[in-house]
Design a protein around this ligand. Structure first.
Ligand code: 4LM
Length: 387
């Protein structure tokens, strides 16, 4: 962890101090070159070997992409950060760099669907010993494991992982946390004892539903290990989306504050509506882990789920009645979107397992955007009135 007294909005806008010198570009330019030329063959060889500083080939390192890693590291209070071509590339590369056949992976029961299928379809067949435990069952996390893996606010039911308590139970293992739903504005897992933090930067970090990217932050040593694996696997971010992501990051503080404000207004409205059976939102006093969320997060975030009477059919009718909110998968952008986890983001889970982890067939997930709160509420009120 590094000590930086600046607030998250300042860190997101300014990143790490720029190099000294007059006439420096205020924003990071797009360096589209895949390869870099040197005066001598020896210089090229020594730079590639890491003996001299500099760039040689963009799969190994690219200045525009590096800037994203630096800003995210700054936001997470990490020594180092690395950008990837997607959140899944970040997660897969991280887990493959840390685990070997025979190692145990202890993972939370509620995870994004493709993280679950990465574990089941790829890591388990390669000889990783996988066990799932409820994020809230702290005793279960005491089993020795090489890697402990959880999401800060889990997708899609939102149980909040007590990161400090998990860190105390990790023993010799490494705690890896997917911080996508919280964003570093609301939670910095390294402050609670995590070793590595992953993000789907496709969501809040970029924030505009127009870039697919991922990020990993942590100590120089661990991120270096992940970066070595990335060089072999190749899931690198391209400089053009890296530029957009860097631009999106500048408004992260503003956007997350607005997402939180709007979500609390919408959750309070839905919670009192007779057609809504249940609202899952960490900011509501009745949420099972409201106190933990209050302690660990600097805000309750923009994600919630609602259960409407009538199961899957009721949920679909409700979704189809919305006008402002888009029916779309993904989350964390300025536009409000709704989706049905059981048929989209979590379709990889067998139905009985979804039931076990509390994801009902009618659950509708809402990613509350940055529109005017009154317009979002009016849209949901109209859709509920039509049921
Ligand atoms: C979704 N999620 O839920 P890329 N980690 C978390 C996620 O929610 C996601 C990823 C990683 C959704 C996508 C369709 C907690 C994705 C994967 O899509 O590979 O950037 O991130 O709707």
């Amino acid at each position: 962890m590094i000590d930086d007294q600046r607030g998250p909005a300042t860190r997101a806008i300014h990143g790490r101090p720029a190099p000294a010198g007059r006439g420096q570009p205020l924003v990071q330019p797009i360096v589209s070159a895949t390869t870099f030329a040197f005066e001598t063959a020896d210089e090229l060889g020594r730079t590639m070997a890491g003996e001299l500083p500099g760039h040689t080939y963009s799969r190994l390192a690219n200045p525009t992409v590096e800037e994203v890693g630096r800003v995210c590291a700054e936001l997470e209070g990490a020594q180092d950060g690395q950008a990837f071509s997607s959140g899944m590339a970040a997660i897969a590369t991280t887990l493959l760099s840390l685990l070997r056949p025979g190692d145990r992976l202890l993972a939370a029961t509620q995870l994004y669907g493709n993280t679950y299928s990465l574990i089941e379809r790829h890591l388990r067949p390669f000889g990783i010993d996988v066990a799932y435990v409820d994020a809230t069952d702290l005793l279960a996390w005491e089993k020795p494991a090489r890697v402990l893996y959880a999401e800060t606010i889990a997708n899609p039911g939102f149980p909040v992982a007590d990161l400090g308590a998990l860190a105390q139970r990790k023993g010799e293992g490494l705690l890896v946390v997917d911080n996508t739903f919280a964003s570093p504005v609301l939670c910095r897992p390294l402050e609670h004892g995590a070793d590595l933090v992953c993000h789907s930067a496709t969501k809040y970090l970029n924030g505009h539903h127009d870039v697919t990217a991922g990020v990993v932050c942590g100590s120089r040593e661990l991120v270096g290990r992940v970066r070595d694996t990335l060089t072999d696997l190749g899931g690198v971010l391209d400089p053009f989306p890296a530029y957009l992501l860097r631009r999106g990051l500048k408004t992260l503080g503003l956007r997350v504050a607005r997402h939180c404000e709007n979500a609390l207004v919408l959750a309070t409205f839905l919670d009192q509506h007779p057609a809504v059976e249940r609202v899952h939102y960490a900011g509501l006093p009745g949420f099972p882990q409201h106190e933990l969320a209050r302690r660990q997060l600097d805000g309750f975030g923009g994600m919630m789920a609602v259960e409407i009477a009538g199961g899957r059919e009721g949920g679909e009718r409700f979704m189809n009645g919305l006008g402002l909110a888009a029916r779309a998968t993904s989350l964390g952008g300025v536009e409000t979107v709704v989706h049905h986890p059981a048929s989209t983001s979590h379709r990889h889970y067998p139905p009985e397992r979804l039931a076990e982890i509390g994801i009902s067939p009618g659950l509708v997930r809402v990613s509350v955007g940055c529109e005017d709160a009154a317009d979002i509420v009016a849209d949901f009120a109209r859709a509920l009135a039509r049921l």
